[in-house]
Structure formats: C-alpha cells, structure tokens
Design a protein around this ligand. Structure first.
Ligand SMILES: [Cu+2]
Length: 101
C-alpha cells in the first residue's frame, strides 16, 4: 500500500513501525492536526498527540535501513494527517489521512 488511509478507534494505543529503505535520505513521520502540507512541515507541523512524531528515523541497521517506532494514544476523535516532516517530502506525496473515530 502507498499512503494508506489509517483509521483507529478513539482511545486506541497506536504503535507504528517506520522503516526507511533509503539508505542515504532522511525521512520522518508526524501525525498532525494541521491540514497544511505546503511550506516547511518540519517547522510548522505539530504532533496531534504526545509522541505522534518521529522526526528522522536514524540508527542505521546492519542492513543499511533506518527504522523507528512511534507510539501514542489517539485520544481525540477527528481527522488528522500524517506526513513526512522532511522539507519538500509531504509536497511530493509523503502524506495521508489518519482518522480517529
Ligand atoms: Cu520523506
């Protein structure tokens, strides 16, 4: 799946493992309440929930990939957006919807 629409129940404990298969490009994942994907998301995107941001998956693994996990509680119903926080990446399509209901 590419940029799947994600939906969870309100109050759910959410854990997302992020794997960056680009050995030489940083990426991140932020679930944000902001609908804005222009400008510089890294500077403007605020996490919608405490812990719902993984800025730059680091710690290169033996395979050369970068991985990280973000964990948070989706405690407020609403329609959110996830995006890659690296400038320019969300505009290139690294974004999708995250719904809490
Ligand atoms: Cu990216």
């Amino acid at each position: 799946m590419t940029n799947p629409a994600i939906a969870v129940r309100a109050g759910a404990r959410v854990s997302i493992e992020v794997i960056n298969a680009h050995p030489d490009t940083a990426h991140g994942l932020v679930i944000t309440a902001s609908a804005v994907t222009s400008g510089m998301p890294m500077m403007t995107a605020q996490p919608a929930f405490p812990g719902s941001a993984l800025w730059f998956p680091g710690n290169p693994a033996a395979a050369g990939m970068h991985a990280g996990t973000l964990t948070f509680t989706a405690d407020s119903p609403g329609t959110y957006r996830y995006l890659c926080a690296v400038p320019g990446h969300a505009q290139k399509g690294m974004t999708g919807t995250f719904t809490v209901n």
